[in-house]
Design a protein around this ligand. Structure first.
Ligand code: GLN
Length: 543
């Protein structure tokens, strides 16, 4: 029997509902249950794919090619369960589907309304593809009381009646702020938030109270009394020193016990040793490296969420601490002195994925620095494309090399991919088409050269990695680039699309067209990140 856990948030946003859902999923898994975590996003975009990272952080891509909310990255990293298209829904997608059906005449003359049509669509989504899963955790984006999230809360209210109380639990996250002038933690915002949720028909069963210092027993009792829950269901959640400490902390505070108690389930204690091992590696590291990430969205850490975590995982694999220096590529344009001053003190240079021309010359200059100075270099997606343009300009004599993404060029070393094969068959794209959902998205296989560095790093010559791009390195330039020392060491199985480039005469210089950071897990670090950090460690001993 599948049971449902609804996660909502109140008072303010950014309370870490995503981490709560991911940690609770991990704890239930550690008790032997199967879990799946889903995200309901109340905004009107069909998916976050067309949003700037500054709006909503990174766009996370699943194996099946869904462009989703970054919380799905937390879910995957914490549970190891691969997310799917059917794990993230937005108001925009629901309305698009309903309006398509309405135009087809599927509603047989009925007036189409938020209740029941939108709420039914939300319920269908929550209940779909649940066979054999013990717990479905549904996280609702936004804050309770927002106009946009009302249909979602209403659908959850209905589901509680449809399924019965023994199959649903509501976990509500709130803030208990410290008011310095009074010298007290204040429970009133929590009381108001629970009142708001209750007025919408949902009495929460468990409250997760975010606070920046220990919550006194008297405050727990007060919250329990005013919010109509047992004291054991008021879980204090203090700021953690690492996100990987959160499952351990929440378990210690009784979160999973409280949830199982409401369901009336007795279960063995969780085996949290994998989380203890991660914390041991973080707490007792054997060295440090600094990685310079040269990108465009460096002002907002969430824009590179998975990348940052994958670098941490690379550190876990080597038992060393990874410090990240976020460097704004735009500042490096035209000023090589500033660039050299920054890059001389890092042990590895990473140029991440991105879109658009701004900052590109700074990225290309960073590639050049890494190549000439033998500093470990890792280029991801746009980063690989920049490495190819740098190689074309400076090692293959093609001075006008560029990408058609930045405008017309006589030397399109990187150009629009117009055709490729996917599981669905031949995909075709033309310049000027729709931007939403039309990139080469999701997992595609690649074949690696037997003697390549990447084959030895992966330990295999057949890999599958997740993609999100519209442009591709142009194979017409392959020979010229290879003569300049930049080898195409991985391609699509039919050999038409370049997937990986590397420089055999460099200590560690690899560019990949896909996003390896999306498949890295703390307990299973991605080999490319483990290898890159290992190379940076060697570099740190040289400088
Ligand atoms: N803008 C490039 C493309 O569309 C790279 C995309 C990316 O880095 N994710 O191909």
């Amino acid at each position: 029997m599948t049971r449902y856990i609804f996660v909502t948030g109140g008072v303010v946003s950014s309370l870490g509902k995503g981490l709560l859902a991911a940690s609770l999923g991990a704890l239930l898994q550690a008790r032997g249950f199967s879990v799946r975590i889903r995200k309901f996003d109340p905004y009107l975009n069909v998916d976050p794919g067309t949003m700037s990272p500054y709006q909503h952080g990174e766009v996370y891509v699943t194996d099946d090619g869904a462009e989703t909310d970054l919380d799905l990255g937390h879910y995957e990293r914490f549970t190891g369960v691969d997310g799917k298209q059917s794990d993230n829904i937005t108001t925009g997608r629901i309305y698009r589907d309903i309006i398509t059906r309405e135009r087809r005449g599927d509603y047989l003359g009925a007036t189409v309304q938020v209740i029941p049509h939108v709420t039914n669509a939300i319920k269908e989504f929550a209940l779909s593809e649940t066979d054999g899963i013990d717990f479905i955790i549904c996280e609702v984006g936004g804050t309770v009381g927002d106009i946009e999230s009302l249909p979602f809360i209403e659908a959850l209210r209905q589901l509680r009646n449809d399924l019965g109380r023994d199959r649903t639990v509501s976990v509500h996250t709130t803030l208990v702020p410290w008011i310095a002038a009074a010298g007290e933690l204040k429970t009133k915002p929590t009381q108001h938030s629970v009142r708001e949720l209750t007025s919408l028909g949902i009495q929460p069963d468990v409250l997760l109270c975010r606070c920046d210092r220990p919550l006194p027993q008297s405050d727990r009792e007060k919250i329990a009394l005013f919010c109509n829950v047992p004291v054991s269901a008021v879980i204090p959640a203090l700021d953690a020193r690492s996100i990987y400490d959160v499952p351990l902390r929440y378990h210690a505070e009784g979160l999973d016990d409280a949830v199982l108690k409401v369901f009336g389930i007795e279960a063995p204690q969780p085996d949290v040793s994998r989380w203890e091992d991660i914390m041991d590696r973080l707490d007792h590291h054997e060295g440090e490296v600094t990685i310079g990430v040269v990108g465009k969205y460096v002002g907002l850490p969430d824009a590179y969420k998975s990348l940052r975590e994958a670098l941490v995982h690379g550190g876990l694999a080597n038992r060393i601490k990874v410090n990240i220096r976020w460097l704004d590529a735009e500042l490096f344009e035209g000023d090589s002195a500033e660039l050299a001053a920054e890059l001389e003190s890092v042990h590895g240079i990473l140029v991440p994925g991105g879109f658009g021309e701004r900052g590109s010359e700074g990225k290309i200059a960073s590639v050049k620095f890494a190549r000439q100075r033998d500093v470990p270099f890792f280029g991801i997606c746009l980063g690989m494309q920049m490495a190819c343009i740098e190689g074309a300009r400076n090692t293959a004599g093609i001075s006008g090399a560029s990408t058609t993404e930045f405008g017309e060029t006589d030397e399109p070393v990187v150009g629009l991919i117009t055709e490729w094969m996917s599981e669905k068959g031949l995909e075709q794209r033309a310049a000027g088409g729709d931007l939403g959902g039309t990139m080469r998205l999701g997992a595609y296989p690649a074949t690696l050269g037997g003697n390549s560095k990447v084959a030895s790093i992966y330990g295999t010559t057949e890999i599958s990695e997740r993609h999100r791009h519209r442009y591709e390195v142009n194979t017409h330039y392959r020979e010229a680039l290879e003569q300049g020392g930049l080898i195409f060491s991985g391609t699509s199985p039919d050999g038409t699309l370049p997937e990986i480039v590397e420089r055999p005469d460099h200590p560690w210089f690899i560019g990949v067209q896909f996003h390896p950071e999306l498949k890295s897990r703390p307990f299973n670090p991605h080999p490319l990140f483990a290898g890159f950090i290992g190379a940076a460690l060697k570099q740190s001993r040289l400088v």
